[in-house]
Design a protein around this ligand. Structure first.
Ligand code: ATP
Ligand code: MG
Length: 402
């Protein structure tokens, strides 16, 4: 199993685990809430019943007992008679009406029932009233959830959100530190490679110059071929040195740069593949040619690999809203939709002798060094693929100030 399949499995496993924990916690709290709600209703019923007893009995001991039961009710409750008048209040914040009374000290005091009315409305929404007949009239006992029950209802949501925020922050912090670690390894390796290649390349160049003097270079094509290969090696070393430091971007006509590379590349692959080019011939973008050529090389090599037998590779340049589009299309085997992002991850390959590094490097060069964007624009298995690069277009006023 490759590391990406493994990573995905872990992701699914952890996600399933998180869902189990979250639903377990929600279900358990729901169970607790139901238990408490049932017990609160029973208490409210006992309270209502005790009130009835107050009016029905004149045995003092019994009444003391009944009062004790009545006082033990922990949920806020209101008793209303059939004319809508408040008979009893329990567990409510009566200071809210006192404040009003103090303010109206000098006036003819009327009992302020607005607070009780609003509480009553809330209670009506929460529970069915308990009915009792006292002294021949119908009383309704309304009650609402205790503060504890209300808090318990929201507790798991608050708890789970806090945990989710914590995990998300931790994940972001770890993944960005891992990325910057990878970055350092990557940049260090590139710099070291360029450095190590530098010395033998310079001496090879010097040897070639010597050989040219010693042998008849015009008659002997071997020396010219050797020189070509050493120059190629120089380009490779140059590319590595460029990704090891921040490259300079110069303004170039995109079409010309792509055309130059295509001319170089197309003669080096089988003639069963046809190359085409089209689109905007004037739009400019900030490019570092050695790195941008490397981007094109990776995309074109992949396109060639994707084509079995005959096929067409087409590069189209477009411009819109200050952006340059470079679409590289092929008539190859295509990429399944589920792999549109995965192809850019290092190590992902479907080729026997591939490293799976081409596209991850390409993405890095486009996004980190050219401030652009690259993605699979569309692809269909068995039909072909289009990769799109988006770069910022250089406008005329930028050119004069640059
Ligand atoms: N144009 C394309 N058409 C179809 N599949 C593609 C295309 N380009 C890339 N892929 C898929 O993406 C994978 C990763 O590409 P990438 O260039 O990163 O690695 P590679 O080509 O396999 O190896 P290398 O490191 O040598 O480039 C390829 O193995 C292939 O499956
Ligand atoms: Mg490749």
């Amino acid at each position: 199993m490759n590391p990406y399949q493994q990573k995905r499995r872990w992701k699914y496993f952890l996600l399933a685990f998180a869902v189990v924990i979250a639903s377990g916690s929600l279900l358990y709290t729901k169970y607790l809430v139901k238990n408490i709600a049932d017990s609160e209703r029973t208490r409210a019923q006992v309270w209502a019943l005790s009130m009835k007893q107050v009016f029905a009995s004149d045995d003092n001991d019994f009444l003391n007992y009944v009062f004790a039961v009545r006082d033990s009710l922990t949920v806020p409750a209101l008793v209303v008679d059939d004319k809508g008048e408040f008979k009893y209040k329990k567990g409510l914040d009566t200071t809210k009406t006192f404040i009003k009374l103090e303010a109206e000290e000098n006036k003819n005091i009327k009992y302020d029932t607005a607070y009780f009315r609003s509480e009553l409305n809330e209670m009506k929404e929460q529970h069915q009233p308990i009915r009792l007949t006292v002294l021949g009239s119908q009383w309704l006992v309304y009650y609402k959830d205790s503060a504890l029950l209300t808090q318990l209802k929201y507790f798991p949501y608050i708890q789970l959100s806090v945990i989710a925020i914590f995990l998300l922050t931790a994940y972001t912090a770890f993944s960005s530190s891992r990325k910057s670690e990878q970055n350092q390894v990557w940049v260090g390796l590139a710099k070291e490679t360029a450095h190590q290649l530098g010395t033998p390349i310079s001496s090879l160049m010097a040897w070639i110059e010597l050989m040219k003097e010693k042998f008849n270079a015009e008659k002997d094509p071997l020396i010219a071929e050797m020189e070509n290969d050493v120059k190629r090696l120089e380009i490779v070393a140059d590319r590595f040195s460029k990704i090891g430091s921040r490259p300079i971007l110069d303004h170039h006509v995109v079409y010309d740069v792509v055309k130059d590379f295509l001319d170089y590349f197309s003669v080096r692959v089988s003639d069963r593949i046809t190359f085409e080019m089209g689109g905007n011939k004037v739009v400019k973008a900030g490019l570092n040619i050695p790195l941008f050529d490397w981007v094109l090389e990776n995309l074109l090599k992949n396109a060639v690999n994707a084509i079995e037998g005959k096929g067409i590779i087409r590069i189209e340049i477009g411009e819109s809203k200050k952006q340059v589009f470079i679409d590289v299309s092929d008539t190859g085997k295509g990429i399944p939709r589920s792999k549109f992002d995965t192809v850019f991850q290092p190590g992902y390959t479907t080729r026997k002798r591939g490293w799976g590094l081409g596209l991850s490097l390409t993405k890095r060069m486009v996004e980190n060094y050219h401030n652009g964007h690259i993605f699979v624009k569309d692809s269909e298995v068995g039909k072909g693929t289009t990769f799109r690069i988006i770069l910022k277009a250089i406008t005329n006023d930028q050119q004069t100030t640059a």
